[in-house]
Structure formats: structure tokens, C-alpha cells
Design a protein around this ligand. Structure first.
Ligand code: FEO
Length: 398
């Protein structure tokens, strides 16, 4: 049965939620589910903005049939070819044989890669800065390469001030009947997942996101319709400000992420002692056991806070395996502009700190503190002193 939401007089959300997906992109746990947003415009011509993941295709077609109510679908406008939005495109073309496909040349090429159908006879080509009119609405296209794939374009409805933003301004989490961000307590219930979504999906492409934000700043945006999560019609500036921080790798707040990889508890003990000492100085800390917390959550915390401490057991004469995974992830997501301190543990040959420093040298603008703490098996009084010195050094750079 159809299950859509009206957004404007002639614009409808026709997407669906998936609460059974275990791993988004095969990598990221989504315990609160995810929404796949598609939008249908009932103008003089009917226009579908993107489609949905194959897992929820049935709901898309029910929604389309209910709203179209016998009208034909004139256009499907494709902004992004990742299959969480495009998997049902060929089905849409087969279901509405007269539909024309509005997209740029890079998207057309990917359509031909993903599907068996040709769109040569139904392609309406879009160009960066070009426009398209559906009757009362005129749309302008803006290329947004690498936000999050190279073919991405976003679409601005010049009639209503609505930005169809593709993956930008999306969030993990099913939207549970709400459609507008102001219908929920977004900061309390969704901001952490918005950060985790941003950092892990497009965190590497800060420059490209900044470019899109600069273009968006020239538009009179009244509403943002992303492909995941909520539609924004109020306080959009608050969310854009978060994007400005994340995309420029600027910490949102002062605080210390302490990520530790501990085999028998000695490294964890050192990390706990440091956290206590920092808290006693009034400094906010968040602790993560890298063996237990998915890297995507720690990556998001690293984007949030100003300081990072990595405490690792030595393993195979190198970095503890889960810590190495985390550091690789941080490098891959281009984290930069942070103050970092290192702890290492080794019963016979502690070497983890040197390896971690080498890995972190791949990140830009990392202020690596000199105060390395080295533990041999367990924390002894002299190491408490070293941890205290590390806490002082962190406090001095806050
Ligand atoms: Fe939500 Fe890049 O796809």
C-alpha cells in the first residue's frame, strides 16, 4: 500500500525506509535503518527525482501509481547513479515506457554500465548551469563531482527555492513517518548519525563539498531535499554550518577522543587514567575500544573533536590490528588539523607509537605531541607520571 508524504503543493516524497539493512554499502552498520528518498513533482509535466534502492522498489511504484492516478510519468531526473538511488531506474523505464531520462552525460554512461537498456531515444541531456522546465517550475543544474561520486549533479528549483541535494545533507536512520527535520529533535536524535554519514560517505571529499557549498551560497535556498533523511525547511543554516566544519576539517568543539587497542587491559588502564586526568582538568573526553566500536563511529568522533589520543598495544611488531584499521580509515577519510598524542604498550618490544606516527604523517596538519607514553605490560608509577605529563601537554594546547 502507498505511503507517501506531501512536501509542497505539487511535490511529494515517494521514497521508503529500510530497517533490515545490516551494512550500508556493505561497510557501515545502520542500526536505526536508512531512508531512500525519491520525490515526485506533479507539474504540467510529471517529474520523478531519482529512484530508490532495490530493497524498497515495491513501495516506490505504489506511491507513484497512487499520486499519478492515471497520469503518465513524463520524466525521471537522475542526479546520482549509486544503486541505493538508481537500482530501480530500469524498472521505472520499463514500467513507464514513454518516460524521458533527464541527466548529464556522465550519468548516462553509468546507466549504460549498470543496466541493459539504452536511453539514447529518451535522453534529455543536462549541462552544468543549464535549465529544464516542467511547466510552472524551472530547474537549474549544478555539477557536484565527488559529492559523492564523479557524476553527481544537484538540482535547484528556481520557482520554489528547493535544492534537490543528492547525497549532501543526508543522514543515516529511518525517518519514521516524519519528513521535515523540524518534526523531530534532529540535534538530539539524528545529528550523531548525520555526522557519521557525512564523515564516512563524503569525508574524504572536503574540497569538493566546499565547492558545492560555495555554489549553494549564491542560491536563495528555502528548502533542501536530500536523498537520505529529512527535508529541511527551517534553520537550514544550522546544518550548513556543520557541513562547513566537517568539509574544512575544522573541529566542532574542544575535546579529546581516546581510542585504545588493548589485549589484556594494560593499555586500556593507561587510557582510562589519562581520561580521568583530563576530566579533572575540565576537558571533555570520549573513549573508544577499537576492538568493540565500529571504526565509522570513531571516525565521526575524530571529525567532531579537536584532540585525538591513540593508545595501542604492539602486535606483530607493529600496530594492534584494529587500531591499524582505524588509522587507515582516518587517513583514507583525509582527517587533518588535529592535535594528537600517542601511547604504546609492549611486553618485550614496544614499537606501536613509531608505526602510528608514521601512519599519521600521511594526514595533513597534525600536531603530534612529543609526550609519548610507553608501557611495558602494565602501568607503573613512573608511567602515571608520564600520563600526567601527557594530560598537561594536551591541556596546554586546548
Ligand atoms: Fe546515497 Fe552515494 O548514495
Amino acid at each position: 500500500m502507498y505511503c507517501y508524504r506531501k512536501i509542497q503543493d505539487d511535490l511529494y516524497w515517494v521514497g521508503a525506509n529500510d530497517r533490515r539493512l545490516a551494512l550500508f554499502e556493505g561497510v557501515y552498520a545502520v542500526p536505526k535503518g536508512v531512508s531512500y528518498n525519491a520525490y515526485l513533482l506533479m507539474d504540467e509535466k510529471t517529474v520523478l527525482f531519482d529512484t530508490v534502492d532495490a530493497a524498497v522498489s515495491e513501495r516506490l511504484f505504489e506511491n507513484l501509481e497512487a499520486i499519478l492516478d492515471g497520469r503518465k510519468l513524463d520524466y525521471v531526473l537522475v542526479q546520482h547513479m549509486e544503486p541505493d538511488h538508481s537500482a530501480t531506474l530500469q524498472q521505472v523505464i520499463e514500467h513507464y515506457p514513454e518516460v524521458q531520462v533527464v541527466c548529464n552525460a556522465a550519468i548516462k554512461k553509468m546507466i549504460e554500465q549498470f543496466f541493459t537498456c539504452s536511453i539514447d531515444d529518451r535522453w534529455v541531456e543536462t549541462k552544468d548551469g543549464g535549465t529544464f522546465c516542467s511547466g510552472r517550475h524551472t530547474f537549474a543544474f549544478v555539477k557536484a563531482p565527488m559529492v559523492h561520486w564523479p557524476e553527481v549533479q544537484v538540482t535547484f528549483d528556481t520557482t520554489t527555492g528547493t535544492l534537490f541535494s543528492a547525497d549532501a545533507f543526508g543522514v543515516f536512520g529511518a525517518i519514521n513517518g516524519a519528513i521535515f527535520a523540524d518534526e523531530v529533535d534532529f540535534d538530539h536524535d539524528y545529528m550523531d548519525e548525520a555526522r557519521r554519514y557525512y564523515c564516512n560517505i563524503v569525508g574524504k571529499y572536503g574540497v569538493q563539498v566546499q565547492n558545492l557549498l560555495k555554489k549553494a551560497a549564491t542560491l536563495d535556498i528555502k528548502m533542501v531535499c536530500p536523498l537520505h533523511g529529512f527535508v529541511w525547511r527551517e534553520n537550514i543554516g544550522h546544518f550548513i554550518d556543520k557541513y562547513l566544519h566537517w568539509s574544512s576539517y575544522t573541529p566542532e568543539e574542544k575535546g579529546v577522543v581516546i581510542a585504545y587497542g588493548s589485549i589484556y587491559g594494560g593499555t586500556e588502564n593507561a587510557a582510562e587514567i589519562l581520561s580521568v586526568m583530563l576530566r579533572e582538568k575540565g576537558i571533555k573526553t570520549e573513549m573508544f575500544d577499537v576492538s568493540m566500536t565500529p571504526a565509522s563511529e570513531i571516525v565521526a568522533a575524530a571529525f567532531r573533536y579537536s584532540h585525538l589520543v591513540f593508545a595501542s598495544a604492539t602486535y606483530n611488531n607493529g600496530i594492534f590490528v584494529k587500531m591499524e584499521d582505524l588509522l587507515n580509515d582516518l587517513v583514507a577519510h583525509a582527517l587533518q588539523n588535529r592535535t594528537v598524542a600517542l601511547m604504546e604498550n609492549g611486553t618485550w618490544a614496544p614499537t606501536a607509537a613509531g608505526h602510528m606516527a608514521k601512519k599519521l604523517a600521511e594526514c595533513k596538519n597534525i600536531n603530534l605531541l612529543d609526550n609519548v607514553v610507553t608501557i611495558r605490560s602494565s602501568v607503573k608509577p613512573e608511567q602515571r607520571e608520564a600520563i600526567a605529563a601527557m594530560a598537561d601537554a594536551i591541556a596546554a594546547t586546548m
